[in-house]
Design a protein around this ligand. Structure first.
Ligand code: MG
Length: 454
């Protein structure tokens, strides 16, 4: 019996690992679990734009109805819109058919709690047990669940618009290029920005499910042509989303790709202006998050990497904003998960208020030089990373092991983490000076090689 859930849900290539038969079984298990808690559960379902989505979604709906759960179908919407809908409609759970930023041939299933956050680990375990033991509940013909369609998209759009200063934004009329990555955000973000009074130019916004121009992951490599467009036209900035639109990454007016933690810091500042409170982020995020928190006198709590962990900690501590270095920001008062459109709306407001260019606005934040690299490694990568921690301690370094091995220096840090899915170890470093960041990376690599030899 192995675990089937990854950091958030299950993913795989269609049809090898991810196919209607598997989804049907998984959702029978989820339906059975929900029925054990509530007599007549009601579950939301939504999906991203992948071609396999319709087939998998219908398998999921069939399984839920068969288990006696009723289903509210939101259609093609961002993951955060499903999370928003679960909470808004007071449902018992949710399902998103998506592989987020993975390549087009992938698909997957994210299961949600009734409040919209990702299914808790302990509940995933229950669902897994039901699945592996095949203890599915089937109701009689009289008790089958009902299926209804529901337009959550417009409510989600309107809710975001209501949270920012539309008058201010529409007086500035920012010129924004959106690269929707042909994902579920194609149906939401361009409309939100236009409604706010922005001038919107969209690319990769035809949600055909083929992703013929770029893969759904909005990283620097995949956004090369978007950068070229930004350089050749007059826009204030560009924003790009992943397949299920829970992340947003930005490109400034000069065509420079912005690291996710810098725009997270802008969104953090906008949130703290509205409501002071604890900020939650991971060990892999820039110290710029702490700098912004200091402006408001609030604390920053750091967790292991993963949006579910960050969301859980936000709930536990009553925090007001959380996020990760990959451009995922969480506003728990709105949605209990990352939300790319809400992030963008707040950043647009910050831009409109500043009267500055996007690059100037970002340059107001304290500067850190960052390096993100990886090294190939087969075998027990976690054990190597743990040994690096021991060795670093022996050498007198200040070491933290919340997630991987993090070594602190006077003006920065280096983090060494083993990938759970690929034969690589990631090394992130940052400091105030480029030469120091380089040095921290070298120190990490030296420690790694001494461990391997010894
Ligand atoms: Mg995503």
């Amino acid at each position: 019996m192995g675990r089937i859930f990854g950091t958030f849900g299950v993913r795989g290539v269609f049809p090898d690992k991810m196919n209607p038969e598997f989804v049907h079984k998984l959702l029978r298990a989820f339906g059975t679990y929900l029925k054990s808690k509530v007599q007549r559960p009601v579950v939301a379902i939504g999906r991203d734009t992948r071609l396999s989505g319709e087939s998998l979604k219908n398998a999921a709906i069939s399984a839920l109805l068969e288990s006696g759960a009723s289903v509210v179908d939101f259609g093609i919407v961002p993951t955060p819109a499903v999370q928003f809908g679960c909470r808004k409609l007071n449902l018992n759970g949710g399902v998103v058919i998506t592989a987020s930023h993975n390549p087009p041939e992938f698909n997957g299933v994210k299961l949600l709690e009734g409040n919209g956050m990702g299914l808790k680990r302990e509940n995933e375990k229950i669902v897994e047990d039901i699945l592996f033991e095949g203890k599915f509940e089937t109701v009689s013909w009289k008790d089958l669940g009902k299926l209804t369609q529901y337009n959550i998209r417009d409510e989600y759009i309107n809710e975001i618009i209501s949270k920012v200063d539309k008058n201010l934004i529409s007086s500035v009329k920012p010129k924004i290029l959106v690269d929707m990555g042909n994902g579920a955000g194609s149906f939401t973000l361009p409309y939100i920005l236009e409604e706010l009074g922005c001038r919107v130019l969209s690319v990769n916004a035809h949600p055909s499910g083929k992703f013929s121009w770029r893969s759904p992951e909005p990283n620097e490599e995949n956004l090369k042509s978007t950068v070229e467009i930004v350089k050749s036209i007059d826009v204030d900035f560009a924003v790009a989303q992943d397949g299920d639109a829970d992340r947003a990454v930005f490109i400034n007016e000069k065509g420079e790709f912005i690291q996710g933690d810098r725009t997270f810091a802008l969104a953090e500042r906008e949130t703290l202006k509205r409501k002071k409170g604890t900020v939650v982020t991971t060990v892999a995020t820039s110290l710029v998050i702490d700098d912004v928190a200091k402006e408001f006198g609030v604390e920053v709590v750091r967790t292991k990497v993963g949006d579910l962990v960050v969301t859980g900690e936000l709930l536990k501590r009553g925090g007001v904003v959380g996020g990760e270095e990959n451009g995922g920001v969480i506003f728990p008062d709105f949605v209990l998960g990352r939300d790319g459109a809400m992030t963008t709306a707040l950043i647009v407001e910050a831009f409109a208020r500043s009267g500055k260019s996007f690059s100037e606005l970002l340059n107001e934040l304290p500067y850190y030089h960052q390096i993100k690299t990886k090294i190939h490694m087969e075998g027990d990568r976690k054990a190597v990373v743990e040994k690096v921690a021991e060795l670093a301690k022996e050498k007198g370094y200040k070491v933290e092991t919340t997630d991987g091995t993090k070594i602190w220096f006077e003006d920065g840090w280096v983090l060494i983490r083993a990938s759970g899915t690929e034969p690589i170890v990631r090394i992130f470093a940052e400091s105030k000076k480029e030469e120091n960041t380089n040095r921290y990376i070298e120190i990490a690599k030296e420690l790694m090689s001494s461990v391997k030899i010894g």
